[in-house]
Design a protein around this ligand. Structure first.
Ligand SMILES: [Zn+2]
Ligand SMILES: [Zn+2]
Length: 71
C-alpha cells in the first residue's frame, strides 16, 4: 500500500500504517499515533477510567478532525 497523502503530492511512498478511521494508507511522516484514554463502559453507571491508554494510528486529516471533536 502507498501513502495516500504522499500520492496527492505526487510522491510514491510506501505506507507503514493505515488509518483506523478512514482506512487510508499513510507513511511514517503522515501517520499520527494518538494515545487515547480508554474508558470502561458500564451503563447505567458512570464509566471508570482505565489506566492503560490505547495507541491508535490515524492519518493527519482524521487526527485534525479528532482534535476538533474533543474541543
Ligand atoms: Zn506520506
Ligand atoms: Zn484517516
Amino acid at each position: 500500500m502507498k501513502c495516500y497523502l504522499c500520492k496527492l503530492q505526487g510522491k510514491d511512498t510506501d505506507a507503514v500504517a493505515s488509518c483506523i478511521v478512514c482506512g487510508m494508507g499513510v507513511c511514517i511522516d503522515h501517520v499520527v499515533r494518538e494515545e487515547v484514554d480508554l474508558w470502561e463502559g458500564g451503563y447505567p453507571f458512570p464509566s471508570k477510567k482505565l489506566k492503560n491508554k490505547i495507541p491508535r494510528m490515524l492519518c493527519i486529516p482524521c487526527h485534525e478532525a479528532y482534535k476538533e471533536g474533543k474541543k
